[in-house]
Design a protein around this ligand. Structure first.
Ligand code: ZN
Length: 481
């Protein structure tokens, strides 16, 4: 591999590139799905290719190919330089990358069981078992269960001398049951929506998820929701549990702190951010003093947990919000310098060999507090506990949002009183995080995977995780206005 990568770097530099990198990537994916007693998906895909990224005349050029051989690497590297020289004619200013250490290293996701070596029969058997439990009630119209695995081998070489080999592995599984009666439908998912829980782990994750053990409860909740009372509306306390708080972090902390978006580089496709650079003073109030939101490319099991990003920068942990105060953006080498940061936060990732890397959400987690969940409920007089994302919308500046969850429970005088359907809540980002007054402890903390974050044109999908424990927000607007 080293010889192949050297061809790219030598060619690009001889054609006039001031910086070049090449990523060679081999990707294996497997997706298995069962729907209403039938196999709905059983795909195994492999891809292999490389992408060359260069800076020439102060502008980026990028080209890629699936033919990984010496002549093709030379051709594509020269092409990337031509593209950079052409786009340099339209540039507003030169791209300036932060200076970073050079690494020669190998890194891999720690895992126990290679999911690609687990027999297909064993996987299908588990999904069919779940499926049959989910459909043991005639009101369940649709039962969907699935598993997905992804193994990526990467070789990254830069003209600065870094040569990094990585093996990234992730596993995931989950299911949903949709109950239908009298023209109404209600869904429950397990362990969370969007196909379930995903982590950078091997097949041991699937065994730990207790999929079959939770199927009957999931089914019963979907059916019970059909006749549940509607969620009350008005201002009251909100406790967010499960992965819903993860998505809240994703949309109202993750995306607004992507520094390329702040500068409008993603404006046409993904919108901008209210978190403009003049708020990067170390004093801007993002939330209440108990809110600590940490970006962390090193947290075990995180979907964005890597050794090094696609800028060849080492993964790291830092505070995005510390004691309620905004402390740092998510950055790459191109944008970090624009707000005066000396180094990148290693958030530069591409979706495969044929896409150019850009700033992507890292793993971002709300640090646990010291509450037990029972005590938190006992301490709540008038509120709703909600979990599992059903719908969401947030404006282009990432300020005004509304989320809908699959299920809620009204809390009256410190007790879970009754289940409610179609719960929703809304808020304004810094106001909402400022209303946070209690966070459960590390015993309740789970790292939730988001396997489907879309950004860019053409669209790229990235994966990341958000760690949360159930958290209370005071005086939130619930229900539809
Ligand atoms: Zn996203």
């Amino acid at each position: 591999m080293k010889e192949l990568t050297q061809i790219a770097l030598d060619t690009a530099q001889s054609k006039g590139a001031s910086y070049a990198d090449i990523r060679i990537i081999k990707l294996d994916t497997e997706n298995i799905g069962v729907r209403n007693g039938r196999i709905a998906a059983m795909d195994h895909d492999e891809s292999y290719g490389f992408g060359v990224r260069v800076l020439a005349n102060g502008a980026w050029g990028f080209a890629s190919s699936t033919r990984v051989n010496t002549s093709e690497i030379s051709r594509i590297s020269a092409l990337a330089v031509e593209i950079a020289q052409a786009s340099a004619r339209l540039k507003k200013e030169d791209v300036r990358m932060t200076n970073e250490p050079v690494y020669k290293d190998k890194w891999q996701t720690p895992y126990l069981v290679d999911p690609f070596k687990v027999p297909m029969n064993e996987k299908l058997e588990l999904l069919f078992k779940v499926d049959s439990i989910l459909r043991k009630n005639r009101k369940i119209a649709v039962a969907i269960s699935s598993m997905g695995f992804r193994k990526e081998r990467q070789w990254l070489a830069t003209s600065e001398g870094s040569f990094i080999e990585q093996l990234l592995l992730r596993s995931g599984a989950g299911y949903s049951a949709t109950a239908v009666d009298k023209g109404e439908s209600q869904i429950r998912s397990y362990p969370t929506s969007f196909g379930g829980q995903y982590m950078s782990l091997g097949y041991e994750l699937i065994n730990n998820l207790k999929l079959a053990e939770n199927a009957a409860r999931t089914r019963d909740e979907a059916v019970m929701l059909l006749t549940a009372k509607p969620c009350p509306s008005g201002k009251m306390d909100l406790i967010l549990g499960g992965a819903q708080l993860g998505l809240q972090i994703h949309e109202s902390v993750g995306h607004p702190t992507e520094l390329d978006r702040v500068f409008g580089a993603e404006e046409s496709f993904a919108g901008r951010s209210f978190l403009t650079p003049e708020k990067y003073t170390g004093h801007f109030k993002y939330g209440s003093p108990i809110v600590n939101l940490v970006g962390d490319g090193t947290v075990p099991g995180g979907l964005a947990t890597i050794g090094y990003d696609d800028d060849a920068v080492k993964a790291q942990r830092w505070h995005i919000v510390e004691s309620g105060i905004f402390k740092g953006y998510q950055t790459n080498r191109e944008f970090a310098g624009k707000v005066g940061d000396k180094y990148s936060r290693a958030c530069c990732r591409a979706d495969g060999f044929n896409r150019i890397p850009m700033v992507r959400n890292n793993n971002i987690s709300l640090m646990p507090g010291d509450w037990e969940l029972d005590d938190l409920i006992a301490d709540t007089k008038n509120g709703v506990y909600m979990e599992t994302t059903r719908s969401w919308s947030i404006d282009q500046m990432r300020l005004n949002f509304q989320f809908g969850c699959e299920i809620g429970w009204v809390i009256k005088n410190g007790k879970k009183a009754y289940m409610v359907k179609n719960p929703t809540y809304q808020g304004i980002t810094p106001e909402f995080w400022s209303s946070c007054d209690a966070i459960c402890n590390e015993n309740h903390w789970v790292l939730w995977g988001v396997p489907n974050c879309g950004k860019g044109e053409p669209q790229q999908t990235a994966e990341m995780s958000h760690g949360t424990s159930p958290t209370r927000f005071r005086n939130v607007t619930l229900g539809v206005k």
